[in-house]
Design a protein around this ligand. Structure first.
Ligand code: HEM
Length: 415
């Protein structure tokens, strides 16, 4: 019998190279061909699909969020208090399950489908307002606007609040950079968000409506949530929503519109949209890794992990592993019988917004491909951290047919 290994014996990964930052997926896939498990400056790194799936649902692995917030050094005050009480600080158990239950129901796959007509209207209204006679920054004109407008609908707010909602989400999500230099901005943004959420809750208590916040208030009245849980959820939905969704919408536009044959196909055959969006989330996921922390000493792939070890499931490595996906480096919207992508994590920590955001991306792609078969990308850029894909630039023209421009825009394809 071989003796279990230790972390110090594992190969060391370097996420700081220019090669990784520019094109992380071939790098991750190269690492995964050599190792299933490794280490880096942030903790233990899992690179294999099955091992990541196992870790994501492993009862011995809990939330990595408290350590992250420690690292950021959030001072005592309302933002830290919110974080401590929010879902992100709760490990497996009844309390986590009870907290998630109302949200799982209200944002289920069926609920997301029932939101689809409203989301379609949100997307259509936003696209209608975009000028078609000049290049437009689609991050601010479209990608940020969709999820933040949906949030405004959820909390019964005027659409004029959408810019605040988007800005705040982008700022508070900076915690995932693991860089304390962002802490003052994060604290300031959380302070503003907490005041905003308190106002929205007071407003909906006075005049309940047909929106998600009113439904959450009804869940509180029926005893499923207490007043603090309700408030923490409304903050959490703002925190997690716009930033992630905006980047994933932008990734989808770049990956699909830069492949003129696929874009034309999507315009003509809208029923292909769902498979195309799933392929975007596999090939170029917003989530590159998700974190866990060892609750009590455990063994993974023959390596002993002491209590408190940070563990990262490298979703990006799993999606480009040829043991699980045939020719993973090829963007193919016709994949069948291959494992589901892990862009939304899984188990009791899985993303609450996964169905909603999928509808948002689908509706955006379907409308743009149908209405602008010759959408051209004037500029597009990505930044990749060990955690996330960020779209740093997306300038496009929503204009009638121009084959010459189409040929130019295909150079932005990530492969
Ligand atoms: C494409 C956009 C999004 C991506 C890629 C994404 C990804 C993720 C991932 C990877 C996790 C952690 C899962 C795990 O570790 O197992 C997560 C958690 C979470 N997400 Fe999302 N998310 C997105 C959009 C949203 C939206 C729109 C919402 C809100 C409606 C949302 C709400 C949450 C919440 C509340 C959690 C924490 C769940 C918990 O701890 O129980 N996310 N998300």
């Amino acid at each position: 019998m071989t003796r279990p290994g230790t972390i110090s014996e594992l190969p060391v990964l370097d996420f700081s190279s220019a090669e990784y930052r520019n094109a992380p997926f071939p790098v991750l896939s190269g690492w995964a061909r050599k190792w299933k498990i490794a280490q880096s400056g942030r903790g233990v790194e899992l690179l294999d699909y099955e091992l990541c799936r196992k870790a994501i649902v492993d009862r011995n692995l809990g939330t990595g969020h408290p350590k992250l917030i420690d690292l950021l050094g959030l001072p005592e005050g309302r933002p830290l208090e919110y974080k401590r009480n929010s879902i992100s600080f709760h490990n497996r158990g009844d309390r986590r399950r009870d907290l998630r239950r109302p949200l799982i129901r209200l944002l289920s796959e069926e609920a997301a489908e029932s939101f689809r007509p409203n989301i379609r209207k949100v997307v259509t209204d936003i696209v209608d307002a975009i000028p078609t006679d000049r290049p437009v920054d689609l991050i601010s004109a479209l990608c940020d606007k969709i999820p933040s407008a949906v949030y405004c609908h959820w909390v019964g707010a005027p659409l004029s609040d959408a810019d605040f909602v988007a800005r705040t989400s982008h700022t508070v999500q900076q915690v995932h950079t693991r860089e304390p230099r962002h802490t003052p901005a994060v604290v300031e943004a959380f302070e503003a968000l907490i005041d905003y959420v308190d106002e929205r809750i007071a407003d909906r208590r006075r005049t309940p409506g047909d929106d998600l916040l009113s439904d959450l208030i009804r869940a509180e009245v029926s005893g499923q949530l207490n007043a603090d849980d309700l408030r923490n959820w409304v903050i959490k939905l703002a925190e997690a929503n716009t930033d992630n969704s905006s980047h994933q919408i932008a990734i989808a536009i770049i990956e699909l519109a830069s492949r003129s044959d696929i874009w034309a196909q999507l315009g003509a055959q809208q029923e292909l949209t769902s498979c195309a969006v799933q392929e975007v989330m596999r090939y170029h996921p917003r989530t590159i890794s998700t974190s866990r922390e060892v609750l009590s000493e455990t063994e993974l792939d023959g390596v002993v992990l002491p209590e408190g070890t940070p563990v990262f499931a490298n979703v990006g490595a799993t999606h480009w592993n040829s043991d699980y996906y045939s020719a993973p480096e090829v963007f193919d919207i016709n994949r069948a019988d291959e494992p589901l992508h892990l862009n939304f994590g899984g188990g009791v920590f899985s993303c609450i917004g996964r169905f909603i955001v999928t509808v948002e991306v689908e509706e955006t792609v379907a409308l743009l491909a149908k209405r602008f078969p010759c959408l051209t990308l004037d500029a597009a850029g990505f930044a990749h951290s060990p955690m996330f894909t960020c779209v740093t630039q997306l300038v496009a023209r929503l204009e009638p047919e121009d084959p010459q421009r189409r040929a130019q825009s295909s150079r932005y394809a990530a492969s």
